[in-house]
Design a protein around this ligand. Structure first.
Ligand code: CA
Length: 237
C-alpha cells in the first residue's frame, strides 16, 4: 500500500507541484492549505509523513510542528519542513522544534521525494530488521513466522500482519483506526471492530500469557514485553 503524505502549504502552485511529484513517485497525497486544517487532517488520516510549509496563515508551521511533537501518536511522524528563508533554517538546524529534515524554497521536487523516501525508510525499522524480538515473542517478517515462548504460532496472514505490526511498534499505543489503516490497508472499508475481533483471536493463540497485548482504554492496543507471572498477579487486565 502506498504511503500517505500530508502536504500543508498555502501556496497553490507549490501545493500542486508537490502533489504532482509525490504522486508520480508513488505516494498518496492529502492536501491542506493552512495549519489548523492540516493538524486536524493529520490526526484523522494518520499519514506516514508530512511536508510542512513554515509560513502559513494563522497557525504557523512551527506551531503545527510543536503540536505534532507534543502528541504521542505523532511524536515520531516524519516531517519535512519547507522554508522560504535560509535564515529560518538556522532555527531548525538544531532540530529543536523537531523537524526531521528541511528544504529551502525554491527546492527541487526530486530532492523532496528523495528526502521523504529516506525518512520513511528510517521510520520503518521493520524493513531493515525483519526479525523483531519482544520479550518471549519473536516475529520474522521475511519468513512470516512468529514464535511465542519458543513455540511457533499458527496464524492467518492477517493475524500475522497484526502481530508483526504490534511487535514492531512495541510499547506504543496504536489506535484501532491506525491498525486498520496500516495493517488492513488504507482503502479497506471496515469497522474498527474488525481489529478487536482479530486481537481477541491473537490473544487466544498466545494462550495464558496473552496479556502481552494490552488494551489501552479509550486509545487502542499496545504490545508489551511479557512480565513474570508474579508481577502480573493482582493486575487488572
Ligand atoms: Ca507559505
Amino acid at each position: 500500500m502506498a504511503d500517505l503524505v500530508m502536504v500543508i502549504e498555502d501556496e497553490k502552485e507549490i501545493r500542486d507541484l508537490v502533489r504532482y511529484n509525490l504522486e508520480r513517485a508513488g505516494f498518496r497525497v492529502a492536501l491542506a492549505d493552512n495549519g489548523e486544517d492540516g493538524l486536524e487532517r493529520i490526526f484523522a488520516a494518520r499519514p506516514d509523513a508530512v511536508v510542512l510549509d513554515l509560513m502559513l496563515p494563522g497557525l504557523s508551521g512551527l506551531e503545527v510542528l510543536r503540536e505534532l511533537r507534543g502528541e504521542p501518536v505523532t511524536r515520531d511522524l516524519p516531517v519535512v519542513v519547507l522554508t522560504a528563508r535560509a535564515a529560518e533554517m538556522d532555527k531548525l538546524l538544531g532540530f529543536e522544534h523537531g523537524a526531521d529534515d528541511y528544504l529551502t524554497k525554491p527546492f527541487s521536487p526530486r530532492e523532496l521525494v528523495a528526502r521523504l523516501q529516506a525518512l520513511l525508510r528510517r521510520a520503518r525499522p521493520s524493513r531493515a530488521e525483519p526479525v523483531v524480538q519482544v520479550g518471549g515473542l519473536r516475529v520474522d517478517a521475511d519468513a512470516r513466522e512468529a514464535r511465542f515462548l519458543g513455540k511457533p504460532l499458527t496464524l492467518t496472514p492477517r493475524e500475522f500482519d497484526l502481530l508483526a505490526f504490534l511487535a514492531h511498534h512495541a510499547g506504543r499505543v496504536l489506535s484501532r483506526e491506525e491498525l486498520l489503516r496500516k495493517v488492513w490497508g488504507y482503502d479497506y472499508l471496515g469497522e474498527t471492530r474488525t481489529v478487536d475481533v482479530h486481537v481477541r483471536r491473537l490473544r487466544l493463540k498466545l494462550g495464558e500469557r496473552h496479556h502481552v497485548i494490552e488494551t489501552v482504554t479509550g486509545a487502542g492496543y499496545k504490545l508489551v514485553a511479557p512480565k513474570k507471572p508474579a508481577e502480573r498477579r493482582g493486575k487488572k487486565s
